[in-house]
Design a binder for this molecule. Sequence first.
Ligand SMILES: [Zn+2]
Length: 294
Amino acid sequence: MATETYRFKVGAFECFVVSDGTLTYAPPNFPPPATLLFANAPRARLEQVLLEHDVQPEQWMEWTSSYSCLVVNTEQHLMLVDTGAGGLAPTTGRLLQNLQAEGIAAADIDTVILTHGHPDHIGGNTDAQGNPAFPNARYVLWKDEWDFWTSEQAEQRLDEHVREILLRCAHENLPPIQEKVDLLDPDTEIVPGIRALAAPGHTPGHLALEISSGGEQLLCISDVALHPIHLECPDWYAAVDLDPEQIVTTRRRLFSRAATEKALVFAFHFPFPGLGKVIQKGDSWHWQPIETEG
Ligand SMILES: [Zn+2]
């Protein structure tokens, strides 16, 4: 069985990447991966880049993405970043059992940070009865994100083909946590050592996180990039990036920072455990995954 948890340290903070499972994106439910991930890529250049990644462009009809959540134990706080997809698919919703295997009960988590309101990031907010799945946690997200999903904005701005599934998931997973939610502005410290960074574009209130301890830094970029090729070609937005211009600006800002500061980076959708470095290469970047054993 593939490993579903990866432990590491950031200074004094004990961290775990915990898998929620995977999802395979393929027609007819999704556009072909090349269209889904690189909506505006010029065909010839895309084919060339895919071949460099050992992908045969015309045969690339499905993309299996990891869904990886992050746990940070700061000693004062036990924090979870994103709750996974819950029962979205038979291959998702493994977060709670994987936490349990590490000796972490849902009731132990005191802070849940939601990077944004998409089904794969909030789908585990509630249990089968519709109650908060992390009963002792405050749930934290950017105020703009909450406002987007709980007002008419989402209805007006989402594409027809994804509107129903996204809205249904938001309606099931956001109102039940209303009493426990802390809405914040970015560039604030959530708990000591963990700072929210504005990273809009994929959604209007998408957050990145800066996690620092003992002079070490982890940059959690969540869905600023969905695939490592987005580092090489940061202008190729995904069909699910709500504001293409904004996501490109956000990517450039965060990739540049990650490369300059040589920060460890965590990306939710990258191959498990989604940890690596962003390396500057000309005026773009590339992804260097950490070496894991076995
Ligand atoms: Zn996602």
